[in-house]
Design a protein around this ligand. Structure first.
Ligand SMILES: CC(=O)SCCNC(=O)CCNC(=O)[C@H](O)C(C)(C)COP(=O)(O)OP(=O)(O)OC[C@H]1O[C@@H](n2cnc3c(N)ncnc32)[C@H](O)[C@@H]1OP(=O)(O)O
Length: 196
């Protein structure tokens, strides 16, 4: 299978060989492109976004990662408008990552769409399987959060720092912990009267 065929196979959720020459080469290319993006820090935003457009599946307006950003392939990542990721973001995107509009990431956020096989023989022979991660609009992911494969995080939700998200989290809540669980709903009482 060529790279595009392997990309589609991985997205189908079936167990795939993580170690084919095509995937190894694709990851290598991604390291070169993310190096270029990270080194472009401080340059005009149009220049930096042009590198992201080459690297990622699609991005909206005003998408910014502080250094250092790393991803596995990049070509399965979709990001909406007004995205900000603080330092040291990692996205393993074999299974597909979709991020909505107005999303904030604290430092050291990781999204991992792929698992190595649970069976030891399959694992040592390169077996992997992937599931997509989806993050809605207006979400804030706190520092050091790990998001595992197959998870959807709802609109307007906040994930507390240090959480490990293993299951879907609904809209309009604060959720935190290991494993991440809903703490409470976000309500009108959270308004402070702040005006920009
Ligand atoms: C771009 C950037 O993001 S840079 C900024 C990076 N900053 C961060 O990552 C900080 C993220 N902030 C948090 O994690 C905060 O705790 C928030 C926003 C999730 C919650 O804040 P608050 O609503 O003030 O919650 P509060 O402090 O009252 O805690 C409520 C309960 O949840 C618990 N809790 C709060 N945060 C967490 C957490 N991260 N992990 C586990 N439990 C938590 C508290 O211990 C408390 O439990 P209790 O009721 O048993 O005492």
């Amino acid at each position: 299978m060529n790279l595009e065929e392997q990309r589609k196979f991985i997205l189908s959720g079936k167990v795939y060989n993580d170690l084919t020459p095509e995937l190894v080469k694709a990851r290598e290319n991604t390291v070169f492109l993310t190096n270029k993006y990270n080194e472009s820090f401080g340059k005009p935003s149009e220049e930096r976004e042009a590198i992201l457009k080459e690297l990622l599946k699609s991005i909206g307006k005003n998408v910014h990662f502080e250094p250092t950003f790393r991803c596995e392939f990049g070509f399965n990542i979709t990001i909406g408008n007004n995205f900000y990721a603080n330092f040291d973001c990692v996205m393993l995107d074999g299974g597909g990552i979709e991020i909505g509009n107005n999303v904030l990431f604290g430092p050291r956020v990781g999204i991992y769409t792929s698992n190595h096989s649970i069976d030891v023989e399959e694992r040592i022979n390169g077996g992997c399987y992937a599931k997509p991660v989806k993050i809605g609009n207006n979400v804030w992911i706190g520092a050091g959060v790990h998001i595992n494969q197959g998870v959807t995080i709802g609109n307007n939700t906040i994930i507390g720092s240090g959480s490990v998200v293993t299951k879907d989290i609904p809209d309009n809540v604060i959720a935190a912990g290991v494993p991440c669980k809903v703490i409470r709903k976000i309500t009108e009482k959270d308004k402070t009267g702040y005006k920009p």
